[in-house]
Design a protein around this ligand. Sequence first.
Ligand code: FNR
Length: 373
Amino acid sequence: DITDPQAALNHIPADIHCAQDYERLVREHIDPRALAYIDGGSGTETTLRSNLDAFAGFSLRPRLLRDLSAGHTRLRLLGRTLLHPVMLAPVAFHRLAHPEGELASANGAAATDACMVCSTLSSFRLEDVAERAGAEKWFQLYFQPRREHTLDLVRRAERAGFTALVVTLDASIQAPSIRARRAGFVMPPAIQPVNLAAYPAPAQVRLDRDQSIIFQGMMSEAPTWADLTWLLAHTTLPVVVKGVLHPADAIELRSKGVAGLVVSNHGGRSLDGVPASLPALPEIRRAVGEDYPLMLDSGIRSGTDIFKALALGADAVMVGRLQLHALAVAGALGVAHLIRTLREELEVCMALAGCATLDDIGPEMIQEQKGAH
Ligand code: FNR
């Protein structure tokens, strides 16, 4: 019973002491080729490395003697109250990590009050994922080559009870991962993008066994501003855009009616050579203003990382790879334990830094280390 915290602890490997321990332990629980696909970045993995280095480049500036008696991690996001700012990023094909795939992740998120973002490329149907997820669930949308198919996905997400759409715009084609190729990774035939089964790929796109272009059929027709405007006119759900790095895009997206942004470089899996997403935050926060919803992902591995992202302007963070690691190690319990651990790490960090609420975590709480960049 994953809603019983004691029962959950019984199934968690004894040597998990922090969120990042899942990254180490996962090697014993997953095929190395699948792990190369999950952990790898695109190209030379320059951006992947930058994402992790960026967090190390900032240190904390704690304050003393502040009243922490009413401390909490609640926030308002898109008109709803979340108990904490740890979200599950949209990640394709959870069945690579665990036979129960997204269903287990959704259970883990529900048990820990986390908002789960279900990928278009989920390996269980979005309707079934929605049923397991808690009250907070968003659907990540990849534009399909044909608008009628995109619209069908949107209607299905609305009917299933998702409360927001996350449109990912930084991966119109899948960038090859040299690490996954070297490992000889091929998507197992049993793992399919089942949400798209009813939308045949356009005839001219040949699906190849080579994993670097296996998804090209789904992502080959990159959306434009006109497509985004069309989408905004065709759904009543708030639309969040994921993959923003440039303040000019942020301003334009906001003015078009987009409800929030995810500052992200896709975890270093899309365009290699872009900077880490963390240092992009302050400029984008300044561009969109104080109250506009901003999330960050790419490189979150601890509660201290979350603190730094919030200090630089994020309202919440999304966790990508770590959720698949925890899923592979201990299924739904692992995901629940990961989220709880990240939340606890954040709370410890807040308490010792003198921040009773997320609003107290401002830019004055951290500083860039000299010579870090
Ligand atoms: C992803 N990501 C992703 N993003 C998205 O919008 N749709 C998707 O289907 C996927 N699929 C996907 C698969 C795998 C295996 C990974 C690791 C990532 C990107 C994801 O949402 C997020 O941006 C990054 O994972 C964040 O970086 P970290 O937390 O992995 O460092």
